[in-house]
Design a protein around this ligand. Structure first.
Ligand code: HEM
Ligand code: HEM
Length: 374
């Protein structure tokens, strides 16, 4: 004999009475899986999204997360009797409870951040904890699914009423997202002024006086700008070795640095357009990408056309760039997130293909001798 959702009846008491709006258990569980998957995928995508047209990634992220919260409510009503009766636990219940704790905490932190919450714990802000808990959640929900998930059957998704209920729940969750914006505006919460990426303003147009952050913990020694050399290499006809004195052009770009750590800062940057530097080096016909290499070994690349428009900045707001902000020269790439704006640049390398290895340098650059300040 089986319970309504296919679990062995011997382990279960009679199924909890469900509200009229409840979905079939298996459908509700697989919709939970879907919303977590979309939430996680859009969360990861959000890290490399900063251009205005990419706003929908953040909208999809918030909507998926709020829909998940609605579904979770229904699921809790279903499983709560089993959770509060200790004798009905088995050796997989702890993973279910850990999943519950993580998803609750993760959603509360994400929503708290979006509403302007400004708490810091162990030097990480709400957004950082949201991401940490989301990573842990993915591990625990996978374990929970391995031990509990049951396949979806045609009868779980069949029927007009089921589809209408699922649609109504989805719409309800999705509608919470704009509603959250209205609450922010009406109550004048700090979240109302955040950028579409969720980032908050900090130190705009005040020279070097804006927050410092580095991917992981690159901590190179200050570079003597007189001894500094910039090498332009790769798919170019005329490789270059430039000194600070060669960078005489004063191009200006007013644009926003938006850090995945949760702040943004509008600044006026001065320096030399990458297009000028490349024009002197003469990229070959095969050139497609330009990689910017830091003294720490960290590197990131842009498509050739986009790179030409970017700036090799040596000043911010009329001040010489501070060491912590990447002196003598850093990349300023409008529409890209802060971690892509490579600091302490020593090489510009023209490539004929995408640089798959650059992802690895995200994790290794802090362990190179230069990254550790030797
Ligand atoms: C945020 C995500 C989730 C949370 C917080 C959660 C939480 C829980 C909790 C607390 C229980 C009751 C304790 C237990 O029986 O172990 C449970 C049971 C269960 N969960 Fe989940 N779960 C989640 C996602 C999923 C997913 C994605 C699936 C499958 C696709 C799933 C399938 C099940 C099944 C089959 C049971 C057994 C109870 C029943 O048959 O109704 N859960 N879950
Ligand atoms: C299981 C996966 C995840 C879920 C369900 C989820 C859900 C949420 C929710 C509900 C919010 C509040 C949105 C709002 O009220 O407007 C939020 C905010 C946010 N989450 Fe996630 N999240 C997940 C994972 C991640 C990951 C992995 C990242 C990044 C690596 C991330 C980055 C963000 C950011 C940047 C915000 C702030 C957006 C804003 O203020 O509009 N999330 N998340």
């Amino acid at each position: 004999m089986e319970s309504t959702d296919g679990a062995p009846a011997t382990r279960l008491a009679p199924p909890a009475k469900r509200g009229t709006a409840a979905l079939p258990p298996r459908l509700s569980d697989w919709l939970l899986a879907l919303t977590i998957g979309v939430g996680f995928a859009t969360g990861i995508l959000s890290l490399i999204s900063g251009a205005a047209w990419q706003w929908f990634i953040f909208a999809a992220h918030g909507m998926a997360g709020l829909w998940l919260a609605v579904l979770l409510w229904g699921k809790l009503r279903r499983v709560w009797p089993r959770v509060i009766q200790r004798h009905r636990w088995d050796h997989h219940t702890w993973a279910s409870l850990a999943t519950l704790g993580l998803v609750g905490g993760m959603l509360a932190l994400g929503i708290g951040w979006a509403m302007g919450g400004d708490l810091t714990f162990l030097s990480y802000n709400l957004l950082a904890w949201h991401i940490i808990l989301a990573l842990a959640l993915m591990a625990f929900v996978s374990l929970h699914m391995v031990t509990r998930a049951k396949p979806l059957r045609v009868r779980d998704v069949r029927g007009r009423r089921t589809l209408l209920r699922a649609g109504a729940l989805a719409l309800g969750g999705i509608a919470l997202w704009p509603a959250q914006g209205v609450v922010n505006q009406t109550l004048h919460l700090p979240g109302a002024t955040r950028r579409f990426t969720g980032s908050r303003e900090a130190g705009s147009l005040q020279g070097n006086n804006f927050p410092t952050s580095s991917w992981v913990s690159d901590q190179p020694r200050p570079i003597d700008s007189l001894a500094w050399r910039l090498h332009v290499t790769g798919a170019v006809r005329r490789p270059q070795t430039l000194t600070m004195a060669d960078l005489t052009a004063t191009d200006t770009l007013t644009t926003t640095l938006d850090c995945t750590g949760g702040f943004y800062s509008v600044q006026q940057w001065h320096g030399t357009r990458i297009g000028r530097i490349l024009a002197a080096a003469q990229p070959t016909e095969e050139a497609r990408f330009v990689s910017f290499v830091s003294v720490t070994g960290y590197r990131w690349s842009l498509p050739l056309a986009e790179a030409r428009q970017a700036l090799l900045a040596t000043q911010v707001g009329g001040e010489t760039l501070a060491h912590s902000h990447g002196a003598p020269a850093r990349l300023v790439a409008p529409g890209r997130r802060g971690f892509e704006w490579v600091k302490w640049i020593v090489e510009i390398r023209v490539l004929t293909a995408p640089d798959a290895g650059q992802m690895l340098t995200l994790y290794t650059s802090s362990f190179t001798p230069a990254g550790q300040g030797q």
